[in-house]
Design a protein around this ligand. Structure first.
Ligand SMILES: *[C@@H]1O[C@H](CO)[C@@H](O)[C@H](O)[C@H]1NC(C)=O
Length: 792
């Protein structure tokens, strides 16, 4: 107890230290500065003191003291545990760290025979398999050489298997009423604002589904949410404008393909019915008897075709943001586009959007999330998903971590390869500060862009699908992720207004519906926070300009913000030019990314000392020596009985398939949850062998194994950043690039992960046959019931 109160005291001392320190520096420089150079000095010192503060915090709270990375005993035992684990990985839980598995991933799919044999019946719908979709599109683009538009239907890009039974069941039925009308379930819909079903569901014989979802439905049950999104994609959602295939590195860049009949939704444009595969077979670009290898087709395309990006890529250790990027006039954009002789599909859409945005004062909410019924337990979780791509709640599941990690990876690669200036912000910047990796409890990701870049996204990439690079730089499997870029319809509004549209754009994972929130920073008439007032008051020139524009005692905030170079998003978060620019290159989750130069200032405004030092958050606790957030329960269980922990989680002892495996009694650990100060202290005193014991549990081991090298880099980078040793940062990054797979995924691809656990799904042709068989059964049933009604 004595020790813990000492610790509390230390905290208090720290807080006092920080506050005093800042007050002193600010007042000293305030009084000495009365001219422009004084302001500059004042700002410089503010930055410096902030860095000192962060340096202090980082060294005292986040740095590790056991130095596991260079501890010989730890390294040797770590390798031993790994070996033992891989030898006993009976349920493939550790496939992502197993070289043997990684060398032999199921990256090939055979072409189903109905494509080339007349006698084989076509199933009414294809099984979802992105390996097949991507391989065909890669081959098709390679064969074409030109930029002819490609056919598209959502069924090839999003898993719509939940609709299969409706497509296969050709019986007539009032699907809309039967599925979505909950008016008889009074308890269920209590307190929910239900929309009449006929406003979003229509019976239709134009689609094999039998009904169309035409619009967002308002709140619904979780399972209906999935059906509604999928049915919308199948029957009504406009197809994207184009597809951008990301390359494995910035030198290769991306390759893009326009989509035929953009905005139309016709299931006959999908791979089941379109002529892409037949064309490829006829042209002998593919061979019916040779399986398609998604990594090989990726390699072929990218070695034979040159990149077709619209904008220059972003390169270099730092980026000066052009100051004019923070102001765009919607009216100027409109007149520029009206004078342009020909507009691309995205430009036409963008022009419409600009006209709409500039002519409305009260813009409607643009993004619709997967809103659940008020009575659903944890109903707020639905808000983290785009309704169209919702595929069930993932919060707390492994899938959530995979999805969010791959979102960051692909967003950053997309932005860099296509010349969009962007940086991570808010909670995502905070988690980067800790260990370079997202918090495990995160549900979304935040990034910011200068307003010019938001317009660029609208003008060139709105309604575009971004496809992950199937192969990495060495043409090993990388990922099959697919993302949708959606830019709001009122981006010329730069103040909060009706509050409907705080988020300007989204980058959405179409496998899960999770997304990255993109917000634009711009000059606006929103009053800047008082923390910037000194910058005006201390600068006579700026002060004169601001005063000149005072009318009837009212400040002109646009003028003031221009003088401050202070920019805001529609949720009133402000940053100044000096806080942001030049952006600096770093690694976020092992991906190249830019961050604001003075990230410490941003973090300091947004989070207090607690956010930067508190190692206990929700169900997690930060382990300095692993540089990771671990489930608190795990640590408490371990501490309650280390021996039992090892027995329970050791892979060899628990392998049911090995002869050595003994039946271990799975007794529950105590259910202690709340972490008191004393326990926190004990956690701080975990030894090297405690850390080794913790690794016995697979999920701890997996996480540590995949991140240790990267988080070490982050820790060393942080030390240099906080000392403003920019040369040191550059050198460190170069060194790290030479020894690590920068850009590689720290976490597995969602689909490949699924194939590792549902191995029957690896065979695409078999899956297609299953559907064909099922369809036959449905046809027979239909025939039988028809005969029955006729004979009656
Ligand atoms: C993006 O596309 C959507 C759908 O067509 C449209 O409503 C929106 O206004 C567009 N946004 C911009 C900035 O072009």
């Amino acid at each position: 107890m004595l020790k813990s109160s000492l610790r509390l005291q230390r905290r208090l001392v720290l807080k006092v230290f920080v506050v005093l320190f800042l007050c002193c520096t600010i007042s000293i420089f305030y009084h000495s500065a009365t001219n422009t150079s004084g302001v500059t000095r004042y700002k410089k010192n503010l930055e410096k003191s902030m860095k000192l503060k962060f340096n202090y915090l980082y060294n005292n709270f986040l740095s590790s003291h056991l130095n596991l990375d260079s501890n010989k005993l730890f390294r040797t035992k770590f390798e031993f545990i790994k070996k033992e684990k891989l030898e006993n990985d009976w349920n493939n839980e550790l496939w992502y760290i197993n070289e043997d598995v990684l060398q032999n991933l199921p990256v090939e799919v055979s072409i189903p025979p109905f494509y080339y044999k007349n006698k084989v019946a076509k199933p009414p719908i294809l099984p979802f398999d992105p390996r097949f979709t991507l391989a065909v599109y890669y081959k098709y683009l390679e064969k074409q050489h030109t930029s002819n538009p490609v056919p598209f239907h959502w069924a090839d890009w999003v898993d719509l298997s939940k609709l299969h039974k409706y497509v296969l069941n050709t019986e007539e039925d009032d699907f809309c009423k039967r599925l979505f009308d909950l008016s008889e379930h009074e308890e269920l819909i209590k307190d929910s604002k239900m929309k009449p079903v006929d406003q979003y569901c229509l019976l239709s014989d134009k689609t094999p589904l039998g009904f169309e979802i035409t619009d967002f439905s308002g709140p619904q049950s979780p399972s209906n949410r999935e059906l509604l999104g999928k049915a919308y994609l199948y029957s009504k959602a406009p197809s994207p404008v184009k597809i951008i295939f990301l390359g494995s590195d910035d030198e290769k860049g991306s390759i893009q393909a326009d989509v035929q009949s953009y905005s139309v939704n016709d299931y006959r444009n999908g791979l089941l019915h379109n002529s892409m595969i037949k064309d490829l077979l006829d042209a002998k670009a593919i061979d019916a008897n040779v399986p398609l290898n998604v990594v090989k087709t990726f390699e072929d395309l990218f070695t034979k075709t040159t990149s077709t990006v619209e904008n220059a890529q972003l390169k270099g250790q730092s980026i000066e943001i052009p100051p004019e990027s923070f102001y765009v006039s919607g009216m100027n954009v409109i007149s520029e586009l009206e004078q342009k002789p020909s507009l691309s599909e995205t430009e036409k859409n963008y022009l419409d959007s600009m006209r709409f945005s500039t002519s409305t004062n009260d813009p409607p909410k643009f993004f619709n999330e997967a809103i659940l019924l008020a009575k659903t337990p944890q109903k707020w979780l639905g808000e983290h998903y785009d309704w169209r791509f919702f595929n069930g709640l993932t919060v707390g599941n492994e899938e959530q971590l995979l999805s969010l990690h791959r979102l960051v990876k692909n967003y950053l690669n997309f932005a860099r390869q296509n010349g969009i200036i962007t940086w991570i912000a808010h909670g995502s910047l905070l988690s980067w500060y800790w260990n370079g990796i997202a918090f495990p409890w995160d549900t979304d990701i935040d990034v910011q862009v200068p307003i010019s870049e938001l317009h660029k996204l609208g003008r060139h990439f709105n309604q575009t699908i971004i496809v992950e690079n199937a192969g990495d730089r060495n043409y090993n499997f990388d990922g099959l992720g697919r993302y949708f870029v959606d830019v709001g319809s009122s981006i010329t509004h730069r103040t909060k207004g009706n509050g409907n549209n705080n988020i300007d754009a989204r980058f959405i994972d179409i496998d899960t519906g999770l997304y990255i929130d993109i917000t634009g920073l711009s000059i606006s008439e929103t009053p800047a926070p008082s923390r910037y007032d000194n910058f005006i008051n201390m600068d006579p020139v700026k002060k004169a300009v601001v005063d000149e524009h005072i009318v009837n005692g009212q400040l002109n905030h646009v003028v003031k913000n221009q003088q401050l170079r202070a920019y805001n998003c529609r949720n009133n978060h402000f940053s100044t030019y000096e806080e942001l620019s030049p952006l600096m290159l770093t690694l976020v989750e092992n991906q190249l990314s830019y961050i604001p130069k003075n990230f410490a200032l941003n973090l300091n405004y947004e989070y207090d000392v607690k956010g930067l030092t508190e190692k206990n958050y929700r169900d997690y606790i930060y382990l300095n020596n692993f540089r990771l957030w671990a489930k608190t329960q795990n640590i408490l269980d371990y501490q309650s009985s280390p021996a039992r922990w090892v027995k329970q989680y050791n892979s060899k002892l628990n392998n049911p398939k090995s002869k050595n495996g003994e039946e271990t009694q799975k007794k529950k650990f105590s259910s202690k949850r709340v972490v008191g100060v004393a326990e926190k202290l004990a956690i701080g005193q975990l030894t090297v062998s405690d850390h080794l014991n913790l690794l016995q549990k697979n999920d701890v081991f997996k996480e540590v194994y995949k991140t240790l090298q990267f988080t070490k880099f982050h820790e060393m980078e942080m030390e240099k950043l906080l000392r403003s040793d920019m040369n040191g940062v550059t050198k460190l990054l170069d060194q790290y690039k030479a020894q690590a797979n920068v850009g590689g995924g720290l976490r597995p691809d969602i689909f490949m992960n699924k194939l590792q656990h549902e191995t029957d799904k690896q065979n695409f042709v078999k899956e297609a046959n299953k559907i064909a068989k099922l369809s036959e059964v449905y046809q027979k049933l239909k025939k039988a019931s028809k005969e029955k009604t006729e004979s009656n």
